[in-house]
Design a protein around this ligand. Structure first.
Ligand code: HEM
Length: 459
């Protein structure tokens, strides 16, 4: 018979709740460091279980995936915003949608987005180098950049402008979801607080815009059989054309709207956060930055990167992967066991909250020597083979693994290469930047950096 895992010791009625409120990442790390691979935290009258060993993360997310669901509070909050979209749906509904949508994210289908990604990053560099101030808010600019990229690849529209109502409404929604997740005492979504009213208005705006775009496209394809060369190839048109292989059915307008909203939200803040931390780390590690610049210059000879350059930008990929090892944007991936389970030799009861945490596992010293050190050499293909799969899982794993992982990796490498080719970003202050984990692992304060034009690279 297996017993419960060790409980992280905390005196008082509240248990680890105040610590969890103040510094959830620090709490998880302390629990792992003092209690080991499976640890229980008591939060008031609830239990939270952290599983840190790659073998156990694999069990929860892959091997026993069908006996776990997404019934945790974080997903309940997200479900209010994303409804039946891929991230928050479950069971047969999710499986059907995943089958229909998966082909749209295959490498060959998204290859056409590479130029859009590089061009958007190029515009950002133009605006930086043309501005009167050399100090930039990297966090905000990366957010705007990834919003622009997801808007152009999904809808063929730039929604990143300040005045754009889609961009604004998305930010209101995202802020609402982040705040709701951070609250100790949940406020029901129907409760008419001013914040909830603003969120509902934002959702109505997004619903209207999305449904409008969908119906315009349906009408255009019926009358002309085509929607214009560019729009024909965006993600929305792929989703509209997609059919379930077994039944031949496509998606309803409401389902398309939920999927589009999910892609907007899931594909935008995560990537922006990864880019922000990457610039921060490069600013603090000049030797790595120098090598990255050299690789970019050698591979591109001064022209913007394209899809076919990716194999020569392997070191850029290593840097991005190492950045997401230390600062995985999705810092926890939560699940709820539907039946009692035994994980790492310990019993976890049905209905508990189980956290797998890329943040903690990516710092597990058995798999990552000197874990806090930033060293992109860890992802040199020659070194990668001796680690178990779930020692590194920034995109989750198992059936619910991120559908946008290839899209995201392509975007990250192309954006970093485009920016590093033309300018260099240096920290404006020496202090370490803290973390503010909500849905994603955001920096506690905006990352501001000084931008300098690099010497023109000979072609
Ligand atoms: C660095 C960027 C990204 C990170 C770190 C990330 C991380 C993740 C993780 C950890 C999951 C699994 C959640 C779970 O199992 O509960 C996930 C799911 C998902 N992601 Fe991403 N993601 C990123 C970028 C993207 C992009 C660019 C898109 C779309 C364009 C996207 C769309 C989705 C969707 C739709 C799901 C739900 C998949 C399903 O349940 O079938 N993500 N992501």
């Amino acid at each position: 018979m297996s017993g419960p895992p060790p409980t992280f010791p905390t005196p008082g009625v509240l248990g680890s709740l105040p610590h969890f409120r103040r510094d959830p990442v620090g709490l998880l790390m302390s629990g792992f460091e003092s209690c080991g691979d499976v640890v229980r935290f008591r939060l008031l009258n609830r239990s939270l279980y952290l599983v840190a060993h790659p073998r156990d993360a694999r069990r929860v997310l892959l091997d026993q995936a069908s006996t776990y669901d997404k019934g945790t509070r974080g997903f309940r909050v997200l479900r209010v915003f994303l409804r039946n979209g891929l991230l928050t749906s479950e069971g047969p509904q999710w499986l059907r949608q995943r089958r229909i949508i998966q082909p749209a994210f295959h490498r060959e289908r998204i290859a056409g987005f590479a130029d859009t990604m590089a061009a958007a990053a190029g515009h950002l560099v133009d605006s930086w180098l043309g501005a009167s101030s050399d100090t930039v808010n990297v966090s905000a600019d990366m957010m705007r950049l990834t919003l622009r990229i997801v808007g152009e690849t999904l809808l063929s529209t730039d929604v990143s402008q300040e005045a754009d109502r889609v961009g604004q409404a998305l930010h209101t929604m995202l802020r609402g979801a982040n705040e709701a997740i951070g609250r100790v005492v949940p406020v029901p979504a129907w409760w008419p607080t001013p914040a909830h009213r603003r969120q509902r208005a934002a959702m109505r705006t997004l619903d209207d815009v999305m449904l409008d775009i969908i119906s315009t496209r349906r009408a255009a394809s019926e009358t002309s059989g085509a929607m214009g060369a560019r729009k024909d190839h965006d993600l929305l048109s792929m989703l509209m054309a997609a059919r379930d292989e077994e039944t031949g059915e496509g998606m309803s307008d409401a389902q398309l709207r939920d999927e589009a909203m999910t892609i907007f939200l899931a594909g935008h803040e995560t990537t922006a956060v990864a880019l922000g931390w990457t610039w921060h780390l490069l600013g603090a590690h000049p030797v790595v930055r120098q090598r990255l610049e050299q690789v970019v210059d050698d591979a591109l000879g001064g022209r913007p990167p394209t899809m076919s350059d990716l194999p020569r930008l392997g070191y850029v990929e290593q840097v991005v992967k190492e950045s997401m090892r230390l600062y995985p944007p999705a810092w926890v991936v939560s699940r709820r066991p539907k039946i009692d389970d035994v994980v790492g030799g310990f019993r976890i009861p049905a209905g508990a909250i189980v956290l797998t945490s890329p943040y903690v596992t990516h710092r597990h010293p058995d798999f990552w020597p000197d874990p806090t050190q930033f060293d992109p050499g860890r992802f040199d293909p020659a070194n990668a083979d001796d680690r178990p799969a779930f020692a590194y899982f920034p995109f989750g794993g198992g059936p619910r693994q991120c559908i946008g992982n290839t899209f995201a990796m392509m975007e990250l490498v192309l954006v970093v290469a485009t920016i590093a080719q033309r300018c260099r970003l240096d920290a404006t202050a020496a202090e370490e930047i803290g973390q503010d984990p909500a849905i994603t692992l955001r920096p506690a304060a905006p990352i501001t950096m000084r931008v300098r034009r690099r010497a023109v690279v000979p072609v």
